[in-house]
Write a protein of this length. Structure first.
Length: 459
């Protein structure tokens, strides 16, 4: 809301070169809102607007920008402006920025860093991609166990200004082995003469730098923390990872899962930043696989051409039957993938899931079968369609097929994520389109099998 109200004023100030008024205006705006405002401007105004920002907030505003806007700004800034910007970025934000840039650009920026910043960057970039080490920042506050509370608080006042957060204070020994993590409130409320060791209980949660970033998401959620200490295999404190970075990871993972569920390969950039060729590469492969799968549907219909000739009215209900199975399968696979993602289900739960989905699929199938029978018999009774005296046969065929197809779709949709995980693949790959295509083909076999059985039984 603030962005919509201020954007016209910002543009007017830029056009009239009202630099003093513009600087006064941005002092009243939150950093995240400043980033939104900046991304609404054209490149020339972005550069001017960014240069107007006070130095103490320009780097923080830059960290909120989308990667494409960061890249264009970096290309427009002078070497000195870029050096100042990189020096004031938080180490974790600086690492994320360098990960997104081409190699030649990264090398140019590395040459602008101070020796200390360069050492930090190389250390963080040295960890595996998607590891916690890439996200951590070395800016934290640590105290010693033998210090008094007063000594600890004095140290926090001095060192806390450069820290990512002071909500949690870490206790280490002289070798930087992590001993405990204390809430700042415990220190503030303790007696000044108490020692830090008096407040320690050893109940802390940490994560290794080489761990996957998704593990950090799970730990922060499970233990309701705003930061996690990052250690090496020996328990040495290396840095911390904060909740703001973890939220970005969770959002990225959720985006990837949604894209996979939609039958799209993961996009490396935002939707609007991806060109037509990129969209073709990311979507064409899946569409080709699904198209080839649907060819089996045509083959199945050719196989049962004789039954269609015998009772042509069966063709009317083909879309209804196969879509019902695909929908039930898509529902099941979406529920299972989400349950796996949040840790509700493990591989050991496959049998319980199968039993549950068999019952649920059967109940849903019977429910839809009743609706289908009412549809066929009702249309015949009301005179809206003439089934040539075969309305009962058609109604029973549709009903039996719906029970089978919906039950089968639920089983396939629920079991496919388990199968993919067992094969070491991402369960999200069992996307809704893939499940729907698979169930479409088998659904036709079930439908025409039911039709053949009913024709034989009642004919």
């Amino acid at each position: 809301m603030i962005k919509e109200l201020l954007l016209p004023d910002i543009r007017q100030m830029l056009e009239n070169r009202q630099w003093v008024e513009l600087r006064d205006a941005v002092d009243e705006i939150q950093v995240a809102e400043l980033a939104d405002l900046l991304m609404e401007l054209d490149l020339a105004d972005q550069v001017v607007f960014f240069r107007i920002l006070p130095r103490h907030i320009s780097a923080e505003t830059f960290a909120y920008l989308d990667p494409e806007y960061q890249n264009s700004l970096l290309a427009a800034l002078t070497a000195e402006e870029t050096r100042h910007l990189l020096a004031n970025l938080a180490p974790d934000d600086r690492t994320i920025l360098l990960e997104e840039l081409p190699g030649q650009v990264v090398q140019r920026l590395l040459n602008l860093l101070s020796p200390q910043d360069l050492k930090e960057v190389r250390q963080l970039l040295g960890y595996p991609e998607d590891s916690v080490g890439r996200l951590m920042t070395p800016d934290y506050v640590a105290v010693r166990a033998n210090w008094t509370v007063q000594q600890a608080l004095d140290h926090i006042r001095q060192a806390g200004k450069a820290s990512e957060t002071v909500n949690v204070i870490y206790v280490t020994d002289t070798k930087w082995t992590l001993l405990d993590a204390l809430d700042l409130a415990h220190l503030i409320l303790a007696k000044p003469d108490d020692t830090v060791e008096d407040l320690m209980d050893g109940q802390f949660v940490s994560i290794e730098a080489t761990a996957d970033q998704e593990s950090a998401v799970d730990l922060l959620k499970k233990y309701d923390r705003i930061a996690l200490p990052v250690v090496d295999s020996s328990g040495i404190l290396l840095g911390i990872v904060t909740v703001d970075d973890i939220i970005d990871v969770a959002e990225e993972e959720a985006t990837e899962d949604f894209q996979k569920l939609g039958g799209v390969a993961v996009l490396d950039k935002s939707y609007l930043s991806s060109d037509v060729w990129t969209m073709f590469r990311k979507r064409g492969g899946w569409l080709a696989v699904l198209f080839l799968g649907q060819m089996l549907t045509a083959s199945a219909m050719e196989r049962f051409e004789g039954q269609l000739d015998t009772l042509l009215v069966l063709a009317i209900f083909i879309p209804l039957i196969i879509s019902s199975g695909g929908n039930s399968g898509s529902q099941a696979t979406s529920l299972i993938i989400r349950a796996m993602a949040v840790g509700e289900l493990t591989m050991a739960d496959w049998w319980n899931v199968m039993r549950r989905e068999a019952v649920v699929g059967l109940v849903l199938g019977v429910f839809l079968a009743c609706i289908g029978m009412v549809r066929v018999l009702g249309w015949e009774y009301l005179g809206w369609y003439d089934y040539g005296g075969q309305s009962v046969l058609v109604a029973l065929t549709v009903a039996v097929a719906l029970v089978g197809v919906v039950s089968w779709g639920s089983l396939v949709g629920s079991m496919l994520p388990f199968l993919l995980r067992r094969l070491g693949l991402d369960p999200a790959t069992s996307s809704a389109p893939f499940v729907a295509t698979l169930v479409d083909v088998t659904g036709l076999l079930i439908y025409f099998g039911a039709a053949g059985w009913m024709i034989g039984a009642l004919g």
